[in-house]
Ligand binder design. Sequence first.
Ligand code: DGL
Length: 270
Amino acid sequence: MDRAIGVFDSGIGGLSVLRALRVELPHQHFVYIADSGHAPYGERDTAHVLARSRAIVQHLAGQNVKALVMACNTATAAAIPLLRLAHPGLALIGVEPGLKPAVALSKTGRIAVMATRSTLSSDRFAALLASQAGQAAFVLQPCDGLAGAIERGAETGNTAETMALCARFISEMGRFGTKQGEIDTLVLGCTHYPFASPALRALLGPDVQLLDNGEAVARQTRRLVLAGVEAPASTAAGQVSLYTTGPPHTLQAAARRWLGLAGPVEVLSI
Ligand code: DGL
């Protein structure tokens, strides 16, 4: 079989990136790992996130993947430079909050960023923010508990907890809208949050732009994989293999609900 592309996240959030990857690269095979047994990453210390990212990248590199997408902003912020050093031959693609595209889109020059506490306090995010200094005013919102609420909602279909948290975070960020002084662009800086888009949209109305980086990451992966090294051997639809380090039912429910994937989920101990 053609070599797969590895994708991982602390849980089901990376499925938002996998969804974009499958659109961009429909003939490629993917191996997805949800590190649910060690989640959430966003409220843990950097050492934990680094150790988990290292173990998973090591595992996927051992499966001879042709590229590896770290579909997690928190893991990218904590670990990508060190993992690139440790795996120089591996095409490692990370995901970061889309501040630059938000600056290009915003008309009011006020942009809010929802992300995990760990991403927002990382040196990597500080450098990203500094690169946009003077381009816009940024409101940074750590969203404790939101990734967990989205995980629970994926399983039960009940989004009340996600809705309540989103309402609280939105009221903390300030006034949204398209008038001067209002926030007109909201960056979803955690791969779980695109799955809260219906709640955010219901709370914010149609005019505020919601921005995530899944499609940009998928395009970058496509460039690397196709420029790279090898084209797909066949024109048949790619396969997706799903693994988790936690209980399988959350990933199973989320993959079915959001990607229409009905395949089995295998439990890994890494
Ligand atoms: N999905 C992850 C991200 O993009 C974090 C979720 C978590 O806190 O584990 O940052």
